[in-house]
Ligand binder design. Structure first.
Ligand code: IDP
Ligand code: MG
Length: 155
């Protein structure tokens, strides 16, 4: 099964929404294979947001991502990168569809509560950036045969 990297940002942690987001993840049938709290620094943010370092909002983005610890997670599921980006909603929370995490829990383009990898290739790079191999647990929960049909579990 595919994996993706998720970060619950300071705008999620400080607003005490960690439990709400994790409930949504587990209620969907998504498997959590890694989870830890981290304090991010500018070095890792310059890597993680390398596509944005030249933007005028980058210093503010960095500050907002270092404002408190974050919760980093690895999620597992069939087509999880695509499924979880849809669950996350578009970047600006004010434009995000109701029912998405951003559409239900935030009002901002910057303080948008959550990061989710945008492609399977980037997910692999981002998981390796935030997690040591031994911090990701590739177990299969007992209920997996009730989350998926047999044919969906073959690959
Ligand atoms: P994504 O998080 O939806 O993948 P990206 O374009 O990769 O969006 O941007 C990464 C993060 O940078 C966003 O989640 C948001 O926190 C911040 N960001 C993006 N665009 C803006 C902006 O125009 N102003 C302020 N912050 C922004
Ligand atoms: Mg992105």
């Amino acid at each position: 099964m595919e994996q993706t990297l998720v970060i619950l940002k300071p705008s999620c942690v400080e607003r005490c929404l960690i439990g709400e987001v994790i409930s949504r993840i587990q209620n969907r049938g998504i498997i959590i294979t890694g989870m830890k709290m981290m304090q991010l620094n500018e070095e890792i943010l310059r890597e993680h947001y390398s596509h944005l370092v030249d933007k005028p909002f980058f210093p503010g983005l960095c500050a907002s991502m270092m404002a408190s610890p974050v919760v980093c997670m690895v999620l597992k599921g069939v087509d999880i990168v695509n499924v979880f980006r849809k669950m996350t909603g578009v970047t600006n929370g004010r434009n995000a569809e109701p029912g998405t995490l951003r559409g239900d829990f935030c009002m901002s383009g910057q303080a948008n509560i959550i990061h989710a990898s945008d492609s399977p290739e980037n997910a692999k790079i981002e998981i390796a950036r935030f997690f040591k191999p031994e911090e990701v647990f590739d177990y299969t929960p007992a209920n997996v045969n009730f989350i998926y049909g047999d044919d969906e579990l073959k690959n």
